[in-house]
Design a protein around this ligand. Structure first.
Ligand code: SF4
Ligand code: SF4
Ligand code: FES
Length: 322
């Protein structure tokens, strides 16, 4: 079957503007995007640039944007894409500077990885304690990462702040912080609680949705946040926001935006938000603070909190094993 692939070409070194180039190839059942790219490079244009190595969804090097989302070229088949979208459009990963064609600069990706210190640091070199299979299960997913960068490419927080640690590095951080042999979990969490750290995630879920290895970075971020709060690392906007949100729901069953703003930003910084708050009030977008009534069905909300508090208590009593 003859199909067309549109590939975004660019060569920033030549200062040329990016453009889409169409290539026509004979596609066969089971042909992957990577095989199509190799065919084009062999038969049509040897200057076409892209990365690949294992061809088996193991090395992570062939990640690119395929029909709008980050995926691995070596485990994405061409024909299903054609059937679904009518065409195949290939672009480099988003949120990364383009080096040439489908190749991006991964230096910031590795710098972020380095920032979370991706290695185990037991309290002393002698500590060779074995993990139980239950302990191992808690960090298992984060060990499946192949460093492809797809999650960072799809991350909404990274799109607005290039300095944000990003889902890949945070999933890696959980790999070590969640490891029972780690000796500096608290110190690591302290560092991750600063600006551009774990609290910058806006919970869009794209990292989990587009990870080809089911690493679920958002879950890892939630575990990091929850561990930090349990350890009392709460003197930051993210933790304050999460705690005030929880308190608000526990108190009235809904969000008390005004109170949350004061608790998150502190009194002085919240003053600047007052004009915005008044506008929200006038448009019926924010209930009046302080006199906020409880929602109907508050009993159910209380029951949910009670269940989770008991669950947490049981966990503590059993040494975190349940
Ligand atoms: S859930 Fe958070 S880390 Fe994941 S893609 Fe969205 S903003 Fe980024
Ligand atoms: S978490 Fe998933 S998407 Fe992100 S780098 Fe690792 S394997 Fe790729
Ligand atoms: S070539 Fe290794 S993951 Fe695709």
């Amino acid at each position: 079957m003859k199909i067309k692939l549109k590939i975004k070409r660019s060569a920033p070194l030549n200062e040329s503007e990016p453009f889409f180039q169409a290539f026509s190839i004979d596609a066969y059942e089971g042909m992957t995007v990577l095989e199509a790219l190799l065919k084009i490079a062999d038969e049509d244009d040897p200057t076409l640039s892209f990365r690949k190595s294992c061809r088996s969804a193991i090395c992570g090097s062939c990640a690119m944007t395929i029909n709008g989302h980050a995926r691995l070229a070596c485990n994405t088949q061409i024909l299903p894409e054609i059937h679904k979208f009518g065409e195949v459009i290939l672009e480099p990963l988003s949120n990364h500077a383009v080096l040439k064609d489908l190749m991006v600069d991964l230096a910031p990706f590795w710098e972020k990885m380095e920032r979370v210190m991706p290695y185990l640091t037991p309290p002393d070199a002698e500590n060779t304690a074995k993990m139980t299979s239950e302990d191992e299960a808690k960090i298992d997913k984060s060990q499946q990462c192949i460093m492809c960068g797809s999650c960072n490419s799809e991350c909404n927080a990274l799109e607005i702040d290039e300095h944000y640690a990003g889902p890949a590095a945070l999933a890696k951080a959980w790999r070590f912080i969640g490891d029972t042999r780690e000796g500096f979990a608290e110190k690591r969490l302290d560092k991750l609680s600063t600006e551009h750290g774990m609290w910058d995630c806006v919970r869009c879920g794209h990292c989990t949705q587009y990870c080809p290895k089911n690493v679920a970075p958002l879950k890892a971020i939630e575990l990091l946040r929850s561990r930090a709060i349990k350890l009392g690392i709460t003197d930051n906007h993210g933790a304050k926001h999460a705690l005030s949100m929880t308190n608000s729901i526990k108190r009235v069953g809904r969000l008390d935006e005004a109170a949350m703003t004061f608790k998150t930003l502190g009194f002085l910084r919240s003053l600047g938000m007052i004009p915005f708050g008044i506008k929200m009030e006038l448009h019926g977008k924010m209930p009046l603070p302080l006199i906020l009534p409880q929602i109907d069905g508050m009993d159910e909300v209380k029951a949910i909190f009670k269940t989770f508090e008991e669950k947490d208590k049981n966990k503590e009593d059993s040494g975190g094993k349940s």
